[in-house]
Design a protein around this ligand. Structure first.
Ligand SMILES: [Zn+2]
Length: 429
């Protein structure tokens, strides 16, 4: 009986996924038909209708100067002089660089006089020199377009390989590892672990790739255990976006394991540490030391407010953070602090750099951890989970994730080429 229900359930899921797809295909067909019915749209670029001009596109070559380019295109000298004098702050004509693309929009009559000159400062920003009537120069930005992208994979060797093999930006791998940093140990991934990711890619002028946006939703199956992740704004005042699972539990834990990304645990919390220097006296060490090279970034292990950022005696330069009514942390011997008293910091934010200020024999951070005003050993504490999504936000959250969860569930894993298939193997070589 149980099995039948299982099969029925799978059948329902498959049908709903297929129906969605069929509906989507129909929609696309209708859309194409609509577009064909409309006349060819005007080509608007840099805010100009290109159909109204003769367009010349080129890149700045060695020896080119703005003045000469303009004279060649029948712009009178006084106009060129006016640009270089009056619009120096917007467009410094001496600063045009070899290899940068530019566009000249010319009149469509026989004179082909330059009307507008457009210089591309970088992929996004451009400068317009309008030579019609009285001259004018201004800068503007190209429009972005966001394209939603779905990626899925089955791990054979490593997560990064499974993603990079599909030609996906490395940033997505990095981002996915961060989303699951507290729930999955990425050094322990298993063959056949699976993942699905939904995110957006940014494009300029519809064609130039300009990077991946943060992950919107993900699914990771580790050791057969599925974990969903949905990005959601937890605190609109501080615009904090966290990842929550399908039950609105935060995927984050309140504290990072240590305040440096790479560091060696050089001395643990120890109430009976003997220090020979003081005549073999017992002197408690209430901190946890992580040794790392000078200049290594030190991170806040949890969200909180900086209560101290100062230099004092043996502590050297240090930062103290109050996380909530229960927990505070402190970071000693910094080379330099990066935050000020009163500042709100997020978990993982850099708050200073490893140094040797105060009493210390070598570069390290002494990490101190308070629970209810008493210093304790963070490595022995059972650290709390980050708070779930506020109950008042939950109904809206569940409405929001409902269709996205369906979308994740309907995504298929890429088909693996069969090893027996000789043709495919030759293709790969
Ligand atoms: Zn210490």
């Amino acid at each position: 009986m149980k099995n039948i229900w299982g099969i029925l359930f799978i059948a329902i899921v498959m049908v709903s996924c297929k129906e969605d797809q069929a509906a989507m295909e129909n929609e696309t067909k209708e859309e194409i038909a609509k577009i064909e019915a409309i006349e060819k749209p005007a080509v608007i670029k840099y805010g100009f209708n290109l159909d109204e001009f003769t367009v010349q596109q080129d890149t700045v070559r060695r020896g080119d100067s703005f003045g000469e380019l303009m004279l060649d295109n029948k712009v009178e000298y006084p106009k060129i002089a006016k640009i270089s004098k009056e619009f120096k702050d917007t467009f410094d004509v001496r600063r045009i660089r070899v290899g940068k693309p530019y566009t000249i929009l010319k009149s469509k009559d026989t004179t082909e006089t330059a009307q507008v000159f457009i210089y591309e400062n970088d992929l996004i920003n451009y400068t317009v020199v309008d030579l019609r009537d009285s001259v004018l120069a201004y800068t503007d930005k190209k429009e972005f377009k966001y394209v939603e992208r779905e990626v899925s994979g089955v791990i054979e060797t490593s997560l990064s390989e499974a993603i990079l093999d599909q030609g996906i930006d490395y940033a997505v791998t990095h981002d996915l590892a961060n989303v699951y940093a507290w729930t999955i140990d990425f050094t322990m991934l298993q063959k056949q672990d699976k993942f699905k990711v939904i995110y957006k890619e940014k494009y300029i002028n519809d064609s130039i790739y300009a990077g991946a946006e943060p992950i919107e939703a993900a699914y990771f199956e580790h050791n057969g255990k599925p974990i969903y992740a949905f990005a959601y704004e937890n605190d609109s005042l501080k615009s904090i976006v966290d990842y929550f699972d399908e039950g609105a539990n935060n995927l984050r834990r309140t504290f990072l394991r240590m305040p440096v990304e790479y560091g060696r645990l050089s001395s643990r919390y120890n109430l009976k540490r003997r220090i020979r220097y003081y005549g073999n006296r017992i002197r408690a060490h209430r901190g946890t030391d992580y040794a790392a090279p000078i200049g290594t970034p030190i991170m806040a292990t949890a969200d909180g407010t900086v209560t101290e950022s100062t230099r004092r005696g043996g502590n050297g330069k240090y930062v103290k953070i109050r996380h909530n009514g229960t927990y505070s942390t402190q970071y000693l011997h910094m080379k330099k602090q990066k935050v000020k008293r009163g500042e709100f910091v997020r978990q993982g934010d850099v708050i200073g750099w490893i140094g040797m200020t105060g009493n210390t024999g070598g570069p390290h951070v002494c990490y101190r951890f308070w629970r209810n005003g008493r210093q304790v050993d963070p490595l022995k504490e059972e650290l709390p989970k980050a708070e779930p999504l506020a109950e008042t936000l939950q109904p809206k959250y569940f409405d929001y994730i409902d269709p996205i969860k369906d979308q994740l569930d309907c995504m298929l894993y890429p088909e693996k080429p069969l090893a027996e298939d000789g043709d495919l193997l030759t293709l790969n070589q």
